[in-house]
Design a protein around this ligand. Structure first.
Ligand code: BDP
Length: 704
């Protein structure tokens, strides 16, 4: 009797107790108990796991045990032999049983995998097999993802391999733990306490990356500090590399081109000087002694004040090849960035990378890769694709995107970037022929990380989706942004459609909302000086012409936009002819890119039938409205989301709504001072006068 009573009390307490507070630390790897229907379907998987031992297979095993433990409250013991319901994980080399199954592993490379429901000596089993342990690890995460998203596991026949071999995070982390353009607190890397103290978070970081197939991480800022190449720091780097290795992640560093002078005490960093070449060779040897699987060096040279080969009258190819020669004996890569704009005044900044690098195609060593930003300016809310894609056929090109939202409202604005990256990956380069999307021209993807020491990792709950989407798109360039959003929402918030649908709806329109309230119709680079927080379309007094928003929007009494056709800078000529011709023609270019390529009269008739001026203001209004709608949608989910995470998103949407209004009002006030046109019917006069917005000055802004 007493026992029954206690049981009832316990059950009642459980029902009343709020769910364990979640703060976002678990990311999409929450492994919450599944609903009863799925419990039954997944039950056969809870028997045992047959797996050999190796650091990477141990990682796969612990992850599967953690996942099954969380979702099905089962232990999943390790067994030597297969029984009904066993999960077999491994390679033909590590497992006789897997070898005997003769699974179709050819063509999958090291990282691909198959997952199959199989019969083995009369038993029904599930097999995750690959050519290499790391493929088996990726397969394990794929199986867990299926379970987390509530899919059935009968008759499994999955076969996957990554679209490209390089799936790289770029941390812009400094050695003092500040993060350039970081909005999630300080750097994860606690350099001061490394190598002795290895924060357990490093492992969780590696798990999260492995779960989406990210296989490399550049630990340091592209605005580099040579100190990281000194013996003291290399030991610390080695400790991180050791922690990440089982999870299939290689470590990379940024190389400061002048390091031979700064830490090597040479008089020059000239890439053709024998002593410089010898110094880098010795440095590469030293790095590989402590990190035998070191990935390579990422270099920003002759850009925004960074040193580079041009200081010695040498080309980017001379610089990259010198480093490549030092790395080659160890199998290391040099990733050279194409983000350069050191050219002469009067030149269109959008043209500079192409002008410098296109002539160098074919001149790089085989172990050099060229890392090109998605668009020709700089991570704007929307840019047309970079003209170098498809036009460097002899050079492996890496697509660089920015996961951290430097130009999209920082961490507090909800902007799902899957749609932006899908747009660039699918853009048709027409090189060498039409039907060649950017995704088919690249050898890898790099994402500027949004990760920091904040409990939720990325500064906001929804920014986790961008880390997730980057990994998924780097693995498979063809998955739809919507499908990725749905996977993420199911794993991160709830598997219930009443949550998934509205959340995915918010995500799918969120980036366009930012475009609308910040820089609609192809406008770009109108953000405040240096820190890029808030609107400053009026700024026209900066040292370099191409740092000024007025340089980019070119609004005057007659119209607005940057003429990049043959009557202007002719940047369109850098694209393959069919692309060029479309961008150049008003009746072909999309509204989204209109003012990127054309200077258009305020009275120009848009496809909507409205004048350009009315359309512009309409877009600003729409952006604010879209944020308002997201806020309402989120509010409707209050009872379905755990409190702490709900509140944070709710508060951030409030910030976003205020700031969207600020962007809209300031921009409309400013452009109206130039167009001198009345606001379209129904559009409200900005809350303050233009002077008010122009006077806003914010000296303390994160990430800068
Ligand atoms: C710009 C950032 C700057 C970076 C630069 C880069 O404002 O902090 O150093 O890109 O990519 O967007 O090198």
């Amino acid at each position: 009797m007493r026992a029954v009573f206690l049981l009832i009390v316990a059950a009642a307490c459980q029902a009343a107790a709020p769910a364990r507070a979640e703060d976002g630390y678990d990311l999409w790897l929450r492994y919450k108990p599944v609903e009863p229907k799925l419990r039954a379907a997944y039950a056969p998987l809870t028997r045992n796991i047959v797996i050999a031992e190796s650091p990477t297979l141990d990682a796969a095993r612990t992850e599967l045990q953690r996942g099954i433990g969380g979702m099905l409250s089962a232990q999943l013991p390790v067994s030597e032999t297969a029984t009904d319901g066993s999960v077999l994980i491994g390679t033909p080399k590590s497992s006789r049983l897997i070898a005997d199954l003769r699974l179709p592993l050819t063509g999958l490379g090291r990282e691909g995998f198959v997952i199959e429901s199989a019969r083995l000596a009369g038993h029904d089993v599930t097999v995750i097999a690959a050519n290499d342990d790391v493929g088996a690890l990726y397969g394990t995460f794929a199986l867990l993802r299926r379970m987390q998203t509530g899919q059935l596991l009968d008759h499994l026949a999955m076969r996957e391999a990554p679209a490209s071999g390089l799936r790289l995070l770029n941390h812009w982390d400094n050695l003092d733990r500040t993060v350039e353009r970081g909005y999630a607190g300080f750097s994860l890397w606690d350099w001061h306490k490394l190598p002795q103290w290895r924060d357990p978070r490093y492992t969780d970081y590696a798990r999260a990356n492995a779960s989406v197939g990210i296989n490399g991480t550049v630990l340091t800022n592209v605005n580099a500090n040579a100190q990281v190449l000194t013996p003291l720091y290399l030991k610390k780097v080695a400790a991180l590399a050791d922690t990440f290795r089982p999870w299939g992640i290689r470590v990379y560093l940024t190389a400061r081109f002048s390091a031979p002078i700064e830490i090597g005490h040479l008089k020059t960093a000239d890439p053709l000087a024998p002593e410089v070449r010898a110094w880098w060779r010795a440095k590469a040897d030293e790095i590989y002694r402590v990190v035998p699987d070191f990935g390579g060096l990422l270099v920003k040279a002759n850009s925004e004040g960074q040193p580079g080969p041009q200081e010695y009258g040498r080309s980017h190819a001379d610089g990259a090849n010198m480093l490549a020669d030092a790395m080659a004996p160890h199998g290391g890569t040099v990733i050279w960035r194409a983000f350069v704009y050191n050219a002469k005044p009067g030149e269109d900044r959008a043209k500079q990378a192409y002008e410098e690098f296109h002539p160098l195609d074919g001149q790089f060593r085989p172990n050099v890769m060229l890392q090109v930003k998605n668009g020709p300016i700089d991570f704007q809310p929307r840019e047309p694709f970079h003209p170098l894609f498809g036009q460097m056929p002899k050079t492996p090109v890496v697509l660089e995107v920015q996961i951290t939202k430097e130009y999209l409202g920082f961490a507090t604005h909800l902007a799902y970037l899957g749609t932006m990256w899908e747009e660039v990956l699918r853009a048709d380069t027409c090189s060498p022929k039409c039907g060649t999307p950017v995704s088919r021209t690249i050898a890898g993807m790099a994402g500027v990380s949004n990760i920091g020491a904040d409990r939720n990792w990325t500064g906001s709950q929804f920014d986790q989706a961008n880390w997730y989407a980057f990994g998924r798109l780097a693995w498979n360039h063809d998955i739809a942004a919507r499908d990725i959003a749905e996977e993420w929402a199911r794993m991160t918030w709830s598997n219930n459609d009443s949550v998934v649908k509205p959340v995915v709806g918010m995500m799918m329109q969120s980036r366009q909302a930012v475009v609308n309230y910040m820089t609609p119709l192809g406008l770009h680079h109108l953000m405040a000086t240096d820190h890029h927080y808030g609107p400053s379309p009026w700024v026209n007094n900066l040292k370099r012409e191409d740092w000024n928003p007025t340089y980019f929007h070119r609004a005057d009494a007659k119209g607005i936009g940057f003429d990049r056709t043959s009557t202007g800078s002719n940047a369109v000529s850098q694209y393959a002819p069919p692309v060029r011709d479309c961008f150049a023609r008003l009746n072909c270019v999309s509204d989204d890119d209109l003012l990127w390529f054309h200077h258009v009269p305020w009275t120009y008739r848009m496809r909507s039938g409205r004048t350009l001026w009315d359309e512009l203001v309409g877009r600003y209004d729409l952006g604010v409205q879209q944020v308002h709608d997201m806020r309402r949608t989120w509010d409707s989910l209050r009872s379905r989301i755990d409190d702490e995470r709900f509140q944070q998103v709710d508060a951030f949407l409030g910030i976003q709504e205020e700031e969207a209004q600020w962007w809209r009002d300031a921009s409309v006030a400013y452009f109206q001072s130039i167009s001198k046109r009345p606001l379209p019917k129904g559009s409200k006069t900005p809350a303050h006068s233009l002077d008010y917005y122009e006077a806003i000055s914010l000296p303390y802004v994160p990430g800068h």
